[in-house]
Design a binder for this molecule. Sequence first.
Ligand SMILES: [Zn+2]
Length: 439
Amino acid sequence: MNRRRFTQQLAAAVAAMSLGRTTRGEATFLASAPGVDGERINRQLLELAHFGKNPYGGVSRVAYSEFDRQGREWAMNVMREAGLAVSIDAAGNIFGRRPGSVATLNPLVFGSHIDSVPDGGNYDGDVGSLSAIEVARTLASNNLVTRHPLEVVIFQNEEGGTTGSRAMAAGLTPAELERVAQSGMSIRDGIRFLGGDPDRLDSARRAPGDIAGYLELHIEQGGVLDDTTTPIGVVLGIVGIRHWDITITGFANHAGTTPMDRRKDALLTAARCIEAANRIVRSVPGRQVGTVGKLAVEPGAYNVIPGLVTFGLELRDLDDAKILRLYQRILAECRRIAALNGTALTSTETLAIAPALTDPGIRGVIAGAAQELGLRTIRLPSGAGHDAQEMARLGPVGMIFVPSVGGISHSPREYSRPGDIENGANVLLRTLLRLDATL
Ligand SMILES: [Zn+2]
């Protein structure tokens, strides 16, 4: 075969392949793409809100509480109605399974959580969990069988430290199992309370590569989408978080008799450091955030110059190297300020959570699905933690955000509009189908 003929044949083969993909992935699918029943999702959100309903209009459904258990029972029934085979793994996570047509493929996993913070709202976690079930129900009622097996998941104790997803993706240490959760129950007892088995946690573990992918729809919990009236957020990743305790040592002395130029005022140093931290974090472009939200002053009296101050610095960004660069600049500036005030400074890192990036390919699929539905998107980081950050250890993950009105979350005033929720669920459905065809 001459080279020219070979090239022509190759081009024809590629065209046929892409035509095949288009037929399966776009043309046919688009023409017959089903939509979710948004009214049902929103009705179910109100039903779920009964479990742990508080007088302020939200819920207190903390993990391992009786309300949590009741809410989960209710959710498992909704899963069964959607045609899913329901089970609880040893870590207490709920799975609703639907077989795929290709037995050798790993599952596509999608879902969220339904536990809340104390005095929380009715949308955080619930929107993603109920939309995932609705997506499975839509596939069932349209007789659509995916290639991959599907697993709708409701993770346990997301708000108390992504316990369930961590048990699945990384494992829990013995110390973590003994930690007392918000409900007053230890994690170990809580897992048992929910129907798991803390002595068999290994059986809930998955290894990297065990899942084809993970998708999570969630409310933004911030105000970017609402401020810009953008219906769909394509999440770039979950930011990394680092914490430091910075301790300033001065000299506690009489506030009445020590002249102003003879003082070693630890709090004055801290105050100037806090101002510097804010200025440095804002001095570079990007969406990084930095906060000092914790301050301990000793001895803590009107008439004593503060001798010892510890403040807690937190930095968050999608880029861990950027976090560390900002920290080094803040530390250098604080050392300079401390020396000027005759005080000494030490810093100890107390927390380091690595950023978890979403899969670039899945981001593109989410954006494409939104576009097909005529929905504008923006790409943004998640400043809050999610189960998706744990699942990123196991395979490619994608996250879809819908607007939180006023950017309010972890509050009874948390609210997402019914239409936005329906849009998010439809984007989830289309993303899932597209990934099923291409992964
Ligand atoms: Zn959440």
